[in-house]
Design a protein around this ligand. Structure first.
Ligand SMILES: [Zn+2]
Length: 319
């Protein structure tokens, strides 16, 4: 028995470690939020009929898909959102693959980008920066803030406010409900929304950040719920501050997020609500005309909104 004891201890310890890692893996497994009653979401979207104050040309920028199906599905997400956006009165939508032409920039009021940004030339960076400075809006989603090599990332940050500093300095991680998304509800894009929302997704932090970037969403441990204000949450060492940001350059407004890894996240009404709020803010418009998209195609006959499908069986395309 005496000789067996150390072996037994090793076995028990290794079993315990396996259990802990299995639990951790289970917690961070891709898993959409449970669908939510439409009535609950309506409390946040409102239900008023409203039209945009001007005609709006949206330019959707996408690129070749670079992960397994269900993650970074740039083409699939473009195909999901473009037809929906076209249902909003006064909205027209154009599409660009990898990078827009100058003629496309000239016509666009707002650029929505979800792709891995190609290594832009000096001329392309100047086109982008000029677009924002003359008053173009940008909604930048997830990997779109990453441009490699990182040597021109500083110039890219001049366009959208934040960009990937390099694999040594910038960080990424999946998060689950134990790391909620805390929102700055004092910012006009998020006013009236809950101070924290839970998703199972991924975010980045420690990015290159221009001086006039305002952090408006942070992923942080559940324990910070006791903090009174969003700025107190941001001060915590454990806060991952670049979950959502707002940036203004010249006359243009940028709404950026490093979340949006999983395709099922785009079928989550709360996530759609955040994106549509951000889109409206970049356009300096009331978000009401975009609110039907929070429910479109994801509301069942029981009045529940969302999906239970993790969507990982999708075969993505290089194009
Ligand atoms: Zn990702």
């Amino acid at each position: 028995m005496m000789r067996c004891a150390p072996l037994l201890s090793v076995l028990l310890v290794s079993l315990a470690v396996q259990q802990v890692s299995a639990q951790k893996k289970t917690q961070l497994a891709p898993r959409p939020n449970a669908p939510v009653a439409k009535q609950e979401i309506l409390k946040l979207t409102g239900n008023k009929e409203a039209e945009l104050s001007k005609d709006v040309q949206i330019l959707w920028l996408y690129g070749p898909e670079d992960h397994r199906g269900g993650e970074h599905d740039y083409i699939r997400i473009k195909e999901l959102f473009v037809p929906m956006l076209k249902t909003v009165p006064r909205v027209t939508v154009d599409e660009a693959f990898r990078f827009p032409s100058q003629a496309q920039f000239d016509k666009a009021d707002v650029l929505i980008q979800f792709l891995h940004m190609p290594d832009l030339t000096a001329e392309q960076l100047q086109m982008y920066k000029s677009f924002v400075e003359r008053g173009g809006g940008v909604v930048s989603i997830h990997e779109s803030c990453i441009m490699r090599p990182a040597k021109r990332a500083g110039q890219y940050a001049e366009c959208i406010g934040c960009s990937w500093k390099g694999n040594k300095e910038s960080k990424w991680s999946k998060f689950d409900h134990s790391y909620p998304l805390f929102l700055n509800t004092k910012h006009p894009a998020f006013v009236g929304l809950p101070r924290l929302i839970r998703f199972n997704d991924e975010s980045y932090w420690n990015l290159i950040t221009r001086d006039n970037v305002e952090a408006i969403g942070a992923i942080a441990p559940q324990s910070l719920e006791s903090k009174v204000s969003f700025s107190d949450v941001l001060k915590s060492e454990d806060a991952r501050s670049h979950a959502f940001w707002a940036y203004q350059s010249g006359k243009g407004r940028v709404f950026g997020t490093t979340t949006g890894h999983y395709t099922y996240t785009y079928f989550d009404p709360m996530y759609r609500l955040l994106l549509m709020r951000g889109l409206a803010w970049t356009l300096n418009e009331d978000p009401a005309p975009f609110m039907p998209l929070v429910f479109q195609g994801i509301t069942n006959d029981k009045g529940l909104v969302g999906t239970t499908d993790s969507m990982l069986d999708y075969k993505n395309r290089k194009r």
